[in-house]
Design a binder for this molecule. Structure first.
Ligand code: SAM
Length: 241
Protein backbone atom coordinates (compact mmCIF):
# COMPACT_ATOMS: atom_id res chain seq x y z
CA UNK A 1 0.00 0.00 0.00
CA UNK A 2 1.52 3.29 -1.07
CA UNK A 3 1.60 6.02 1.62
CA UNK A 4 -0.99 8.79 1.01
CA UNK A 5 -1.53 11.79 3.30
CA UNK A 6 -5.02 13.31 3.17
CA UNK A 7 -6.77 15.80 5.47
CA UNK A 8 -8.49 14.42 8.57
CA UNK A 9 -11.88 15.77 9.61
CA UNK A 10 -10.94 16.22 13.28
CA UNK A 11 -8.06 18.55 12.33
CA UNK A 12 -10.46 20.88 10.55
CA UNK A 13 -13.21 21.12 13.17
CA UNK A 14 -13.13 23.90 15.81
CA UNK A 15 -12.17 22.48 19.24
CA UNK A 16 -15.62 23.10 20.77
CA UNK A 17 -17.61 21.62 17.85
CA UNK A 18 -19.81 18.74 19.04
CA UNK A 19 -18.44 16.47 16.27
CA UNK A 20 -14.86 17.24 17.36
CA UNK A 21 -15.70 16.51 21.01
CA UNK A 22 -17.23 13.17 19.98
CA UNK A 23 -14.21 12.33 17.78
CA UNK A 24 -11.74 13.05 20.57
CA UNK A 25 -13.77 10.79 22.88
CA UNK A 26 -13.70 8.09 20.18
CA UNK A 27 -9.94 8.57 19.89
CA UNK A 28 -9.53 7.54 23.52
CA UNK A 29 -11.24 4.22 22.70
CA UNK A 30 -9.21 3.82 19.51
CA UNK A 31 -5.99 4.34 21.52
CA UNK A 32 -7.25 1.75 24.00
CA UNK A 33 -7.99 -0.84 21.31
CA UNK A 34 -4.60 -0.18 19.66
CA UNK A 35 -2.86 -0.63 23.04
CA UNK A 36 -0.94 2.61 22.50
CA UNK A 37 -0.65 3.57 26.18
CA UNK A 38 1.04 0.27 27.01
CA UNK A 39 3.27 0.44 23.91
CA UNK A 40 4.42 3.98 24.78
CA UNK A 41 4.89 3.23 28.47
CA UNK A 42 7.18 0.26 27.75
CA UNK A 43 9.12 2.09 25.05
CA UNK A 44 9.70 5.16 27.24
CA UNK A 45 10.90 3.07 30.21
CA UNK A 46 13.24 1.16 27.94
CA UNK A 47 14.60 4.34 26.36
CA UNK A 48 15.20 6.20 29.63
CA UNK A 49 18.08 5.55 32.00
CA UNK A 50 17.05 4.40 35.50
CA UNK A 51 15.84 7.43 37.44
CA UNK A 52 18.32 8.98 39.85
CA UNK A 53 16.68 9.96 43.17
CA UNK A 54 14.96 13.36 42.79
CA UNK A 55 15.75 13.43 39.07
CA UNK A 56 13.45 15.76 37.16
CA UNK A 57 12.05 14.29 33.97
CA UNK A 58 11.29 16.65 31.05
CA UNK A 59 8.83 15.38 28.46
CA UNK A 60 7.28 17.01 25.41
CA UNK A 61 4.40 15.49 23.47
CA UNK A 62 3.86 16.71 19.91
CA UNK A 63 0.24 16.70 18.67
CA UNK A 64 -0.96 15.88 22.17
CA UNK A 65 -4.68 16.46 21.51
CA UNK A 66 -6.70 16.71 24.74
CA UNK A 67 -3.79 15.28 26.78
CA UNK A 68 -5.80 12.25 27.89
CA UNK A 69 -3.28 9.74 26.54
CA UNK A 70 -0.38 11.70 28.07
CA UNK A 71 -2.22 11.63 31.40
CA UNK A 72 -2.55 7.84 31.26
CA UNK A 73 1.14 7.46 30.36
CA UNK A 74 2.14 9.94 33.09
CA UNK A 75 0.08 8.13 35.73
CA UNK A 76 2.21 5.01 35.15
CA UNK A 77 5.53 6.85 34.93
CA UNK A 78 4.91 8.97 38.03
CA UNK A 79 5.72 6.01 40.30
CA UNK A 80 9.31 6.06 38.98
CA UNK A 81 9.56 9.79 38.20
CA UNK A 82 7.56 11.71 40.83
CA UNK A 83 9.09 15.00 39.67
CA UNK A 84 8.42 15.83 36.06
CA UNK A 85 7.68 18.65 33.73
CA UNK A 86 5.37 17.83 30.83
CA UNK A 87 4.71 20.08 27.86
CA UNK A 88 1.76 19.23 25.61
CA UNK A 89 2.01 20.84 22.19
CA UNK A 90 -0.96 20.94 19.84
CA UNK A 91 -2.10 23.35 17.18
CA UNK A 92 -5.44 23.60 19.03
CA UNK A 93 -5.87 24.53 22.71
CA UNK A 94 -7.52 21.32 23.92
CA UNK A 95 -6.38 20.68 27.50
CA UNK A 96 -9.37 20.84 29.83
CA UNK A 97 -9.29 22.12 33.40
CA UNK A 98 -10.01 18.55 34.62
CA UNK A 99 -6.94 17.23 32.81
CA UNK A 100 -4.85 20.07 34.28
CA UNK A 101 -6.12 19.19 37.78
CA UNK A 102 -5.37 15.49 37.23
CA UNK A 103 -1.76 16.35 36.33
CA UNK A 104 -1.51 18.59 39.39
CA UNK A 105 -2.67 15.66 41.57
CA UNK A 106 0.12 13.58 40.07
CA UNK A 107 2.60 16.23 41.13
CA UNK A 108 3.77 16.80 37.56
CA UNK A 109 3.99 20.33 36.25
CA UNK A 110 2.07 20.86 33.02
CA UNK A 111 2.49 23.40 30.25
CA UNK A 112 0.12 23.54 27.27
CA UNK A 113 1.63 24.97 24.10
CA UNK A 114 -0.90 25.89 21.37
CA UNK A 115 1.50 25.98 18.42
CA UNK A 116 1.86 24.35 15.05
CA UNK A 117 4.53 21.65 15.30
CA UNK A 118 6.25 22.88 12.13
CA UNK A 119 6.49 26.40 13.56
CA UNK A 120 8.01 24.85 16.69
CA UNK A 121 10.47 22.95 14.46
CA UNK A 122 11.38 26.08 12.47
CA UNK A 123 12.06 28.21 15.55
CA UNK A 124 15.76 28.50 16.48
CA UNK A 125 16.93 25.52 18.56
CA UNK A 126 16.96 26.64 22.21
CA UNK A 127 20.40 27.03 23.73
CA UNK A 128 22.20 25.61 25.59
CA UNK A 129 22.04 22.29 23.76
CA UNK A 130 22.54 20.54 27.10
CA UNK A 131 19.03 21.68 28.04
CA UNK A 132 17.35 19.00 25.92
CA UNK A 133 14.08 17.19 26.56
CA UNK A 134 14.61 13.79 28.14
CA UNK A 135 11.86 12.43 25.90
CA UNK A 136 9.82 13.75 23.02
CA UNK A 137 6.68 11.70 22.33
CA UNK A 138 4.27 11.47 19.44
CA UNK A 139 1.14 9.33 19.29
CA UNK A 140 -1.01 9.14 16.15
CA UNK A 141 0.62 12.37 14.99
CA UNK A 142 3.55 11.94 12.58
CA UNK A 143 1.28 10.43 9.94
CA UNK A 144 -0.22 13.89 9.36
CA UNK A 145 2.93 14.95 7.51
CA UNK A 146 4.32 14.35 4.04
CA UNK A 147 7.94 13.17 3.90
CA UNK A 148 9.54 16.63 3.43
CA UNK A 149 7.72 18.18 6.40
CA UNK A 150 8.39 15.07 8.46
CA UNK A 151 12.11 15.34 7.72
CA UNK A 152 12.06 18.93 8.95
CA UNK A 153 10.12 18.01 12.08
CA UNK A 154 12.31 15.02 12.96
CA UNK A 155 15.46 17.04 12.41
CA UNK A 156 14.30 19.54 15.07
CA UNK A 157 13.27 16.67 17.34
CA UNK A 158 16.74 15.09 17.05
CA UNK A 159 18.37 18.43 17.99
CA UNK A 160 16.20 18.85 21.06
CA UNK A 161 15.88 15.54 22.90
CA UNK A 162 17.72 12.57 24.34
CA UNK A 163 15.05 10.07 23.24
CA UNK A 164 12.18 10.13 20.78
CA UNK A 165 9.28 7.67 20.94
CA UNK A 166 6.54 7.62 18.29
CA UNK A 167 3.55 5.31 18.07
CA UNK A 168 1.71 5.61 14.77
CA UNK A 169 -0.86 3.75 12.71
CA UNK A 170 0.68 0.81 10.92
CA UNK A 171 0.08 0.94 7.18
CA UNK A 172 -1.05 -2.63 6.63
CA UNK A 173 -4.05 -4.63 5.48
CA UNK A 174 -4.89 -5.82 9.05
CA UNK A 175 -4.91 -2.17 10.21
CA UNK A 176 -7.13 -1.19 7.31
CA UNK A 177 -9.47 -4.04 8.13
CA UNK A 178 -9.37 -3.04 11.84
CA UNK A 179 -10.27 0.57 10.98
CA UNK A 180 -13.23 -0.63 8.90
CA UNK A 181 -14.47 -2.63 11.92
CA UNK A 182 -14.58 0.47 14.14
CA UNK A 183 -18.39 0.82 13.81
CA UNK A 184 -18.46 -2.09 16.27
CA UNK A 185 -17.17 0.44 18.85
CA UNK A 186 -20.00 2.81 17.89
CA UNK A 187 -17.59 5.53 16.75
CA UNK A 188 -18.79 8.47 14.67
CA UNK A 189 -18.59 8.63 10.87
CA UNK A 190 -15.88 11.30 11.27
CA UNK A 191 -13.75 8.94 13.37
CA UNK A 192 -14.28 6.15 10.87
CA UNK A 193 -13.18 8.42 8.02
CA UNK A 194 -10.11 9.64 9.95
CA UNK A 195 -9.14 6.10 10.96
CA UNK A 196 -9.00 4.91 7.35
CA UNK A 197 -7.14 8.07 6.24
CA UNK A 198 -4.68 7.59 9.14
CA UNK A 199 -3.90 3.99 8.21
CA UNK A 200 -3.21 4.96 4.60
CA UNK A 201 -0.88 7.74 5.87
CA UNK A 202 0.72 5.44 8.47
CA UNK A 203 4.11 3.78 8.38
CA UNK A 204 5.70 0.40 7.86
CA UNK A 205 9.15 -1.15 7.42
CA UNK A 206 11.94 1.30 8.29
CA UNK A 207 10.30 4.38 6.79
CA UNK A 208 10.79 6.59 9.85
CA UNK A 209 14.38 5.45 10.41
CA UNK A 210 15.15 6.48 6.86
CA UNK A 211 13.67 9.93 7.45
CA UNK A 212 15.45 10.35 10.81
CA UNK A 213 18.41 12.74 10.27
CA UNK A 214 21.54 10.70 9.73
CA UNK A 215 23.99 11.25 12.56
CA UNK A 216 26.09 8.11 12.28
CA UNK A 217 26.89 6.47 15.58
CA UNK A 218 25.04 9.06 17.62
CA UNK A 219 21.56 7.54 17.63
CA UNK A 220 20.33 4.03 18.19
CA UNK A 221 17.04 3.37 16.45
CA UNK A 222 14.42 0.65 16.52
CA UNK A 223 11.37 0.54 14.31
CA UNK A 224 8.85 -2.28 14.36
CA UNK A 225 5.21 -3.34 14.40
CA UNK A 226 3.66 -2.99 17.87
CA UNK A 227 0.35 -4.55 18.90
CA UNK A 228 -2.04 -5.41 16.11
CA UNK A 229 -2.33 -2.04 14.42
CA UNK A 230 0.53 0.21 15.57
CA UNK A 231 4.00 1.05 14.34
CA UNK A 232 6.66 2.00 16.89
CA UNK A 233 9.74 4.12 16.25
CA UNK A 234 12.28 4.80 19.00
CA UNK A 235 15.53 6.77 18.69
CA UNK A 236 17.86 7.10 21.68
CA UNK A 237 20.80 9.50 21.69
CA UNK A 238 23.97 7.48 22.17
CA UNK A 239 21.99 4.71 23.90
CA UNK A 240 19.95 1.57 23.58
CA UNK A 241 16.65 1.95 21.74
C1 SAM B 1 -5.12 11.98 15.94
S1 SAM B 1 -4.92 13.29 17.08
C2 SAM B 1 -3.87 12.53 18.30
C3 SAM B 1 -3.96 13.20 19.63
C4 SAM B 1 -3.18 12.50 20.76
N1 SAM B 1 -1.79 12.34 20.44
C5 SAM B 1 -3.83 11.17 21.08
O1 SAM B 1 -3.26 10.12 20.77
O2 SAM B 1 -4.93 11.18 21.65
C6 SAM B 1 -3.77 14.35 16.23
C7 SAM B 1 -3.57 15.68 16.91
O3 SAM B 1 -2.55 16.37 16.18
C8 SAM B 1 -2.89 17.75 16.13
N2 SAM B 1 -2.19 18.33 14.96
C9 SAM B 1 -2.36 18.05 13.65
N3 SAM B 1 -1.49 18.74 12.89
C10 SAM B 1 -0.75 19.48 13.76
C11 SAM B 1 0.34 20.39 13.60
N4 SAM B 1 0.82 20.69 12.38
N5 SAM B 1 0.90 20.94 14.70
C12 SAM B 1 0.41 20.63 15.95
N6 SAM B 1 -0.61 19.80 16.16
C13 SAM B 1 -1.18 19.22 15.08
C14 SAM B 1 -4.40 17.80 16.04
O4 SAM B 1 -4.91 19.04 16.50
C15 SAM B 1 -4.79 16.61 16.93
O5 SAM B 1 -5.03 17.01 18.25
Amino acid sequence: MQRTVRPEILDELPPADARAIRSRRDLQRVNHVMGNRVILDRAIRHALPLPAPHARLRILELGAGDGSLALRVATRLAASWPVAELTLLDRQPLISDETGIAFAHLGWSLRALATDALEWARAPTPRPLTDRWDVILANLFLHHFEAAALRELLSAVADRCEAFVACEPRRSLPSLLGSRLLPALAVSRDTLHDAVVSVRAGFCGDELSRIWPARPGRWKMTERPAGLFSHLFVAVHGGAA
